[in-house]
Structures are given as C-alpha cells and as structure tokens.
Design a binder for this molecule. Structure first.
Ligand SMILES: [Zn+2]
Length: 349
C-alpha cells in the first residue's frame, strides 16, 4: 500500500512510500483509507513550525489527521462491520494516565504526554490502509459519503461550542449575537454550528472572497470584510479562528458585557504590538468577560460533529471541498489557492 510520509520540519522530504499492509490487532479495525483532509497543522508539520514528531526511534511520520475510510475487517461484536464509513479519532491518552485521559478526555490532557495520529508520535491516516482500535473510530451515516472527511475539523468546533455553551450558561442571560473571525474552514464550521443554535451570526475576514461570502450568506449569516472593530457589531460570543494575536487582544474591547471569547487558532508568527495590558485586564474584569482557548476534540465532540454534518445541507458541505488532489499532489495541496477552503487528497488517485 502507499503511504504519505514526511520528516517533520523538512519541506523537501515529503515522500510516497510503499509499505506493508498494516495487520489489525485484537479489538482493531482494518480500514481502507479513502480521503485525507489537509489543514494548517499539516503545513506547519511539513514546513517546520515546531510541530510534528515521528514515532520514537523513527525518522519519518505518516502524516494526516483528517481521515475518512471504509472498514475492511472488524472484530465480531464490535458494532462495526465491513463497508462502514469511519473516521479515526486523533488524540490518544497519555500512558500515566492523567485524570482527563483516564476519562476519555485526552483533549484535556494534563501532562502533555498524549500522542496524536499524524501529528505526535503516531502514524497518521495518510495511507491506503490503516488500523485503529474500535474505541477510537467513529461510524458515520453512510449518506454523508465523502463529506465525512470534514468530520475532524467539525469536531474541533463542536468542542469549541460545547465549551462556549458551558461558559454562556453561567447567568440567566443567554447570548444572541455571534461574531466569527476568519472565514477559512474552521470559521465556516464555527458559523454553521452557530446557525444551527439559532443565533444571529456575523463572519468577518480580512479579505473578500466570493465563494466564502456566498457560503456565509447561504447559511443565513452576514459576511463582513476588514477590521472586526469597524463592522458595528458588539457580539455576545466570539469564535476566534484566525490565531492572529493582535486581533485576539483587541476583542475584549469589542464585545458586549458578559461575553464569551473562544480562541481556536494559533499562528507561527511572533507579532509584537504595543498593548495596554491594564486596559485589556480592565475590559475583562469590569464586563465579566470569559476568554478561553480550546484545542483538539474528544470522542463526544466527534459524535456531536457527526450530527452537525448530518443536519447540514449536503450542497453546502460539498462547496467546502474546493480541490481534490492525488497522492502526488499533497505538497501542492498544502498551499491553498486564493479561494480554496478545504483541499483533500484522494488516497487512490
Ligand atoms: Zn493525559
């Protein structure tokens, strides 16, 4: 079988390798990989932005954490059978394990010794066949088809919204207006989940993009371009999806009282800007503002995301996948075109 391997941090070392088919152990599924989504984390691993670790004792990592495959073999009585459409959960508990890891919440790991498929010390899903323990596989509605490759990025937003909902229920007041910063795939999923919650949704991006604008409008949300401070919206919730530090610290003065600001993005940049730290502190304290970060997703968030995708308009989901590349096109796929949203690798093309 063919597998897409990299040496983390060496952009010139992406390689398609012939490898022996993996053999499932007890309690494991053998899966035929179908599609692999590419995201900014993959770019950071390949380009060497301090991300990505090969399995111990090895130089190369099978990359890929946004999976979609079909079950080839499943253990009897596992609840899975041949032909099931599945996605692999990315993060695995640390060996101690810490309390969250012991409770199926490795996305909240306390000691940093967790592992991640395709990112940290475990081979990923960028292969024509892969295995996974059944408890780290999520079965999808067959009607989702290729849109199932969107499950992993959607799961990250399912967690972000689950946590936001948690903070937003601390008083009798409930949020109504949401601002999403950034209209990439993460921002678009943030908007989709907000609309499914019945909220008034605004999405702001630094530049106009007709396809992104249309996707936002077709959700019933409003697309804005330019600076978030200039759009005349005082949101109750912000889902920040750009990872742009200077923007993050400007959000505290933009939001309504009692707002929740959820940070989902990071940036390899090292922006240094003049900042009145006491003013940011004052804004947060005097307005009861919650600002929190969120990363990755647990099993229940993958399951929530499966419901989100099942409820979404299939035509809308289809427009998120703007480019399909063959295995040989992975490196090209890392570099998004202007109007690209999600680029996927067809593992058999
Ligand atoms: Zn842990």
């Amino acid at each position: 079988m063919k597998a897409l391997t990299v040496i983390p941090g060496r952009a010139d070392q992406v390689r398609i390798e012939d490898r022996a088919d993996p053999v499932p152990g007890p309690g494991e599924l053998l899966v035929e990989g179908r599609l692999l989504g590419i995201c900014g984390t993959d770019y950071d691993i390949v380009e060497g932005h301090g991300y990505g670790w090969a399995p111990p004792g090895r130089e190369r990592l099978v990359i890929g954490h946004e999976s979609l495959g079909r079950v080839l073999t499943a253990p009897p009585g596992s609840g899975f059978e041949e032909g099931d459409l599945v996605v692999g959960i990315v993060r695995r508990p640390d060996p101690v394990p810490c309390t969250p890891c012991a409770h199926d919440e490795a996305d909240f790991c306390r000691n940093g010794r967790y592992t991640e498929r395709g990112i940290k010390e475990l081979d990923g899903f960028g292969a024509q066949r892969w295995v996974t323990e059944t408890r780290y596989a999520v079965k999808l509605d067959p009607a989702l088809g290729d849109h199932g490759v969107l499950l992993e990025p959607a799961s990250v937003l399912a967690k972000a919204w689950e946590q936001t909902d948690h903070f937003a229920t601390r008083t009798s007041w409930r949020p109504k207006v949401v601002l999403v910063t950034g209209a990439g795939p993460i921002g678009l999923f943030a908007a989709l989940l907000a609309v499914q919650r019945g909220l008034e949704v605004h999405v702001v991006d630094i530049e106009d993009s007709p396809p992104k604008r249309a996707l936002v409008n077709d959700l019933g949300a409003t697309f804005h371009t330019g600076d978030a401070r200039d759009i005349g919206v005082a949101p109750d919730v912000v889902i920040e999806c750009t990872g742009h530090g200077p923007l993050v610290f400007g959000l505290a003065e933009l939001v309504a009282p009692d707002a929740v600001i959820c940070l989902t993005g990071i940036s390899p940049d090292a922006s240094e800007v003049p900042l009145c730290a006491d003013r940011v502190n004052r804004d947060l304290v005097l307005e009861n503002i919650v600002m929190f970060g969120t990363v990755n997703a647990g099993r229940r968030n993958f399951e929530q995301a499966a419901d989100v995708l099942a409820k979404a308009d299939p035509g809308w989901l289809d427009r998120l996948i703007t480019r399909r590349v063959p295995l040989e096109g992975f490196t090209d796929g890392l570099h998004k075109d202007e109007d690209d949203i999600k680029v996927v690798v067809d593992l058999w093309a």
